[in-house]
Design a binder for this molecule. Sequence first.
Ligand code: ZN
Length: 210
Amino acid sequence: MSAPQPLPDGGPLTRTPLRVLRDHGSVDLAGAERAVSDLLRALGRDPGSPHLAETPRRVAAAYAELLTAPPFDLTTFPNDEGYNELVLASDIPVQSLCEHHLLPFSGRATIGYLPGDRILGLSKLVRVLDLFARDLQVQERLTQQVADWLQENLEPRGVGVVIEAEHQCMSLRGVRARGSRTTTSALHGLLREDARSRQEFFALTGRGGR
Ligand code: ZN
């Protein structure tokens, strides 16, 4: 984390340049287009047919978009009010690509933290999730990465992340378990160690029974 820099009005803030965290934008669009043409051919389809003429370009662009997170500036603020209760963002839409099948999984996430010395804009919780979701993922790792990143960069007293998602590789193929949802969670600090904090977090996420 970089040293605190002065705000225009003189207050302290911390900026963490995210480009050091993840290097997206490495998609070779022309190469991806050629590969999609090859894939169509291997699947017994004719990429030269008028119906499929634009498909390789569209597929390459779609994957590039799904795998590239827009850059953002993470700015944290001093917790001047001494707020020490849970900050929780729930029902955040999440979509990612399963690394096993390159098929989407999508659902909802809840991200909460117990502030320490610094707090974070709520929209930034959504951005952190998006940053890791725009990748080839498994849901367990995505959940853990968001929790780890917040723990390392915000240094709160506790962090909790819950993701509930439906995987198209399960609903469209294989066992065809349409509608089945997978829930994963990752906890750090007090949300992991302190039973009362953990209960409060899961109660607020609507999973009080855990
Ligand atoms: Zn899969």
